[in-house]
Ligand binder design. Structure first.
Ligand code: FA5
Length: 348
């Protein structure tokens, strides 16, 4: 092989290298020119056949060509890899500038949020929050609350009975049974609130659900009076509905309190002038309350001559309806996310 052939080899090698478009084609090219059985190895082998004068110059030229082609190969390899990567990215297109899909974070149910808010208000007033059973013995739901069997007041709570053969078991229609359970367990002074689910056999309408949540409040100690009840409930209403709220107490009847009251706040829509929300009265009743009946204290072994107490029971859904201006109670339990996601205030 002479210098002319070496020049031809260079031209061919560069032309084929420039034509290589894929890594496979590049490997073939490398094997053909720079591999152990490639053209440049062949050229080196022919050194032996040359004369002593020709050999050094030809050897140098082959080595120079080998370096030149190795450099050209590496440069071409870079280009081909880059082109292949671009092609791959284009065909497998991921638009990294597209905004991500939002993750739907769950939120607390509005009633759960309100339960927590009410618990926190009462915690600051020194009340502990406790819970009790939803499936309840009729003794706690009625008898111990001064509502004996066949007492007409039982009809007020449209009760769902679970089992009525040996023991009367009910789904609790109110949280008041927890007054009795709490006093059985604790000695005075007692200051608790008991939020929880209640169930009634109700005809459903915009203000009546068959299951709803109440919060029971109970305070028992020596020398507790109606004034303590009035002060605590007024403070609660003002913290929940705003400091400007006026409050009203009127006589009411519940067998387990004496005297009993209903507690109302002035209508936040018309400020007492009378509107549709307050049915023209200017007042909105929010709970029933009263001084714990001496019979109830005696039923749990408290001495009614030494201890007095007060209690209240309040419906959370009705509170929430007032607080958020909701006109139909059924909205709370229809699991409609369009409704529920409006209450995304607290999630923890
Ligand atoms: C009671 O349940 C008494 N236990 C309250 C009480 C406790 C009085 C302690 C005195 C002392 P009443 O049946 O009125 O009372 O219910 C209390 C509240 O529960 C109502 O004001 C209302 O907010 C809510 N409530 C009652 N029935 C339903 C219902 N079907 N759907 C939604 N909320 C209801």
């Amino acid at each position: 092989m002479g210098t002319d052939q070496l020049d031809q080899l260079r031209r061919d090698a560069h032309a084929q290298l420039d034509a290589a478009r894929t890594t496979d084609e590049l490997s073939d090219w490398h094997a053909r020119y720079l591999g152990r059985k490639g053209a440049l190895t062949d050229a080196m082998r022919q050194l032996g056949a040359l004369s002593d004068e020709e050999r050094p110059a030809f050897g140098k030229a082959v080595n120079a060509l080998k370096t030149e082609l190795s450099d050209a190969f590496e440069a071409r390899q870079e280009i081909v890899r880059g082109a292949q990567l671009n092609e791959h990215l284009a065909s497998d297109a991921i638009d990294v500038t597209l905004p991500g899909r939002p993750v739907d974070l769950g939120t607390l149910h509005p009633i759960t949020q309100l339960v927590r808010e009410v618990s926190s208000i009462f915690a600051h007033l020194g009340f502990q929050t406790i819970e009790g059973p939803e499936v309840e013995d009729a003794y706690y739901a009625f008898d111990a609350l001064n509502i004996p069997k066949d007492h007409p007041a039982r009809d007020v709570w449209d009760t769902i009975f679970v089992q009525s053969e040996s023991r009367e078991i009910v789904l609790r229609p109110h949280t008041s049974p927890m007054q009795v359970r709490t006093m059985e367990r604790l000695k005075p002074p007692v200051r608790v609130i008991v939020p929880g689910r209640c169930y009634r056999y109700e005809a459903l309408d915009a203000t009546h659900e068959w299951h709803f949540q109440q919060v029971e409040g109970l305070a028992v100690d020596e020398h507790l009076t109606m004034t303590d009840l009035k002060g605590t409930l007024a403070e609660f209403a003002r913290q929940l509905f705003g400091p400007q709220r006026k409050v009203r107490f009127r006589c009411d009847y519940f067998p387990f309190v004496e005297p009993g009251v209903d507690f109302a706040i002035d209508c936040m829509v018309c400020h007492g002038d009378g509107c549709r929300v307050c049915k023209g009265t200017g007042w909105i009743e929010i709970l029933g309350a009263g001084m714990v009946h001496p019979n109830v204290l005696a039923n749990v072994g408290y001495d009614p001559d030494r201890y007095t107490g007060w209690a209240f029971g309040c419906g959370f859904e009705r509170l929430a309806m007032l607080k958020y201006g909701i006109t139909d109670i059924r909205a709370f339990y229809q699991s409609d996310l369009r409704f529920l996601s409006q209450f995304d205030r607290a999630t923890a």
